[in-house]
Design a protein around this ligand. Structure first.
Ligand code: PEP
Ligand code: MN
Length: 338
C-alpha cells in the first residue's frame, strides 16, 4: 500500500499515523521528495481499512498495490484448495457434477431425480428448500420439510446434498446438510457469511448479479477469515443489457478467479442462461475452460416445475451431457490453459 502525503503535513498527525501503523506491524518506508512525501507500507495490509487512512487531513491519496483479500489469495496459498464431501471431490482438476431440481417439491420428485442424476455421474445432489424469490407471491420452497426430504434423498442414494441457506437463524436446520449454498442475492449478507465462517461446512458462494471478482473474493474472505477453509466460488451469470438470456455467463471468471485464488470455481449454466437449450453448450464450454464443477438444474417434468422450469434440463438430457463432459475433460487431460 502506498500513502501519498499532502505538502507540509502536520507533524502530530503524521506521528499518530506512523504509530498506528507500527501497532499493526506495518513497516513504513518513506520517500521524501521536494514537495511530497510518499510512504510505502510493507507487511500484511489486507487488514488495513484504506478509508481510515484516506480520511486523514494529511493524506492526499492511498493506493493498494496488493489485493485486499489474503486468505483467498493464491499468492499466499499457491496450492489448489480441494474439498471432499462424501465421495465427491471439488477442486484440483476434477469436474464435480452437482445436479438436481431448483426446488424440492415432493419426496417422489427429489428421490427420483437424485437416483437418475447419480446414475449419470452426478456426485452431489442440489435442491432448494428455502427459495429466495423475487416475488413474495411465488413459491417460497418447502422449507423445513424440503430439508427433511433432501436428507431422505441422501439416505436413498448416498449422494451428499447442497442447498441454500438464506438466514443465520436457519443454521441449526442445516446440521446434516453437506454443502451450504449462499445465493447470489445473499452474497454480501455479511452476518450470514460470518456465521458460516464459524462452521467447518463447505460453503458454495454464488457471485452476486453485479459483483466483481474482487467483491466475490471478499465475500469468500469473510468465511475464510472466520476459520472455515472450505469455500467454493460459483459464477451464475451477471446482469447485463442483454435480455434474451436470463443473465450473461461470464466464462472468463474461471481462469480469472483461479489465477487470483486457490479456491475451486464452479459454473451454474442454468441461472446464467435461463434457457434449458443453452445449458449443454455452456456446460461444455465451462468444462473446457477449466471449471472445477458444474451445478445444473435437472427436473423430471420441467414444464410443471414449481420454480425455474424453463432453465431445467431433463434427467435424460443430463445423462447425455455428463457423457459429453467426460469426453471434453479426457481430451484436455494434462492440458489446461492456466
Ligand atoms: C438457485 O440455485 O436456485 C438460486 C436461487 O440461485 P442464484 O442465487 O444463483 O439465483
Ligand atoms: Mn433456481
Amino acid at each position: 500500500m502506498i500513502v501519498i502525503l499532502k505538502e507540509h503535513p502536520d507533524r502530530t498527525q503524521l506521528d499518530g499515523l506512523l504509530q498506528w501503523l507500527k501497532d499493526r506491524q506495518i513497516d513504513v518506508h518513506p520517500t521524501v521528495g521536494a514537495h511530497q512525501t510518499i510512504l510505502g507500507l510493507i507487511g500484511d495490509t489486507s487488514r488495513i481499512d484504506i478509508d481510515l487512512i484516506s480520511a486523514l487531513d494529511i493524506v492526499e491519496e492511498v493506493k493498494r498495490v496488493q489485493e485486499p483479500y489474503k486468505d483467498a489469495n493464491r499468492k499466499f496459498h499457491p496450492e489448489d484448495t480441494v474439498i471432499r464431501v462424501g465421495d465427491a471431490v471439488i477442486g484440483g482438476g476434477s469436474l464435480a457434477l452437482i445436479a438436481g431440481p431448483c426446488s424440492v417439491e415432493s419426496e417422489e420428485q427429489i428421490i427420483g431425480i437424485a437416483k437418475a442424476v447419480k446414475e449419470s455421474g452426478a456426485s452431489i445432489l442440489r435442491g432448494g428448500a428455502f427459495k429466495p424469490r423475487t416475488s413474495p407471491y411465488a413459491f417460497q420452497g418447502m422449507e423445513v420439510e424440503g430439508i427433511r426430504l433432501l436428507l431422505k434423498a441422501k439416505e436413498a442414494t448416498g449422494l451428499p446434498v447442497c442447498t441454500e441457506i438464506m438466514d443465520v437463524s436457519q443454521l441449526p436446520l442445516f446440521e446434516d446438510i453437506d454443502i451450504l449454498q449462499v445465493g447470489a442475492r445473499n452474497m454480501q449478507n455479511f452476518s450470514l457469511l460470518k456465521a458460516l465462517g464459524r462452521t467447518r461446512k463447505p460453503i458454495l458462494i454464488k457471485r452476486g448479479m453485479s459483483a466483481t471478482y474482487q467483491d466475490l473474493l471478499m465475500s469468500a474472505e469473510y468465511v475464510l477469515a472466520g476459520g472455515n477453509p472450505n469455500v467454493i466460488l460459483c459464477e451464475r451469470g451477471i446482469r447485463t443489457f442483454e435480455t434474451y438470456t436470463r443473465n450473461t455467463l461470464d466464462l472468463s471468471s474461471i481462469p480469472s478467479l483461479k489465477t487470483l485464488s486457490h479456491l475451486p470455481v464452479i459454473i451454474d449454466p442454468s441461472h446464467a442462461t435461463g434457457r434449458s437449450a443453452l445449458v449443454p453448450s455452456m456446460s461444455c464450454a465451462a468444462a473446457a475452460a477449466g471449471a472445477d464443477g458444474l451445478i445444473i438444474e435437472v427436473h423430471n417434468d420441467p414444464p410443471h416445475a414449481k420454480c425455474d422450469g424453463p432453465q431445467s434440463i431433463t434427467p435424460a438430457a443430463f445423462g447425455k451431457l455428463a457423457g459429453d463432459l467426460r469426453k471434453i475433460r479426457e481430451a484436455l487431460k494434462g492440458g489446461g490453459y492456466r
